[in-house]
Ligand binder design. Sequence first.
Ligand SMILES: Cc1cc2nc3c(=O)[nH]c(=O)nc-3n(C[C@H](O)[C@H](O)[C@H](O)COP(=O)(O)O)c2cc1C
Length: 467
Amino acid sequence: MASAPGVCVCRLRRKNLPLLYNRVMRVLVGVSGGIAAYKAAELVRALQRQSAEVRVVMTAAAQRFVQPLTFAALTGHRVYAGLWDEPSPDDAAPGQSGIDHIAEAQWADALVVAPATANILAKFAHGIADDFLSTLYLAVTAPVLVAPAMNVNMWHHPATQANLEILRQRGVRVVEPGTGGLACGMVGAGRMAEPESIAAVVLSALHHRRDFAGETVLVTAGGTREAIDPVRFLGNGSSGKMGYALADAAQSRGASVILVSGPTALYAPARCELVKVTTAEEMRAAVLERAAGATLVIKAAAVADYRPLAVSGHKLRREGPLTLELTPTEDILAEVVRRRRPGQLIVGFAAETENQMENGRAKLLRKGADAIVVNNAAGEHVGIDSDTNAATFLTPTTAIELPLMPKRQLADRILDEILALRRPRPVVIELDGREVPQTRNQADERARVQEEETIAAARARRRLIVE
Ligand SMILES: Cc1cc2nc3c(=O)[nH]c(=O)nc-3n(C[C@H](O)[C@H](O)[C@H](O)COP(=O)(O)O)c2cc1C
């Protein structure tokens, strides 16, 4: 075993941990040999903050970057590394194997490998089992997630992409890396997703929330492109990350998802219906054709408001000043609202650069949507193309602040607020000049109070354990 000699590893007392379903979630974190290995420690903490019991498996290369002691101290459990280390029969729960890599595979409710090197992805894809982690992977029947991290050229290499495709087809969830400055000094895709985002995807994969089961969610994502001539277009910087995160979150919470997407560099979540479009008009047609089948429509796409009135049939040459005449595109959100089917929820997005609340509220009232997610399109770390975002979830009667967080996490928070729209709302009546909230249904109110008390108690217990 890889726990450092002489290190006292205190075991977590499971009976003190908050329960989800009928026991705590058990997450196995695999760490392979990339520079981002140090971030796996943050992932362990993020999972523990969510009440998960965590154990760690490291490859030999990973131990070149981070000491197993770090993870042993964080998890209160020894770190698995070598296939040939002494087995530990006392760790195996009743009914589990006494062989460590099999016992750990049986123990886990989810395996998440972060960072996942090009090498471990290749081994997983091709069934190579030559160390603890790759052998354990073949024995795991629980959901598997990988968070790749590598140099941009390694990421784009056809071998890596082919291996990822094999894994996706097999149901492995790939937590896509971000784009930006990499440890190797290059700029591009390959930076491991933020630990909080990975933890949010793990929790979703554990299906501890199936609260969107039975819903059909239509999400629009990305920007649209309006042709000027055969090679140029009017577009915007939307990356599609927010819409794709919403699609992923809704799907992992049990929804059937239709994703109508403008051009992006992202991979759609496996099993969702992906409809690729380019122009605002194509997006309109795709959305209107499918909206009637959706119980929830979330319009996160950055759709062009204008398109050139005439498209040149040939490439325009630089011949002095050029004036483009633009004409407004169709308002898809307003049209979806007009055709709303009974019980359907419709949520829009508003990316604003000024007077966010006023503009957001005006848009909400003008369009008649159930809610508008307002975000600042011009701030730092927020909005278009950023990996993180902050927003306000605006309904006709409430404004809920959603602070800066990874977009995948924000997606879950937005879905939480959307679900709340389906619950009976308090009715506020005037009584002697005072506003008194009344609930429509006492049984619902009792259930709500009970739910809040349970959550508060669980949070208090979690604080005791994790902090
Ligand atoms: C300094 C250094 C940094 C590395 N960073 C990465 C990385 O970020 N991603 C990656 O896929 N491989 C990276 N490698 C290469 C892997 O460590 C190498 O492919 C190794 O065989 C991976 O083994 P493992 O998958 O069993 O952990 C790096 C190597 C070195 C020496």
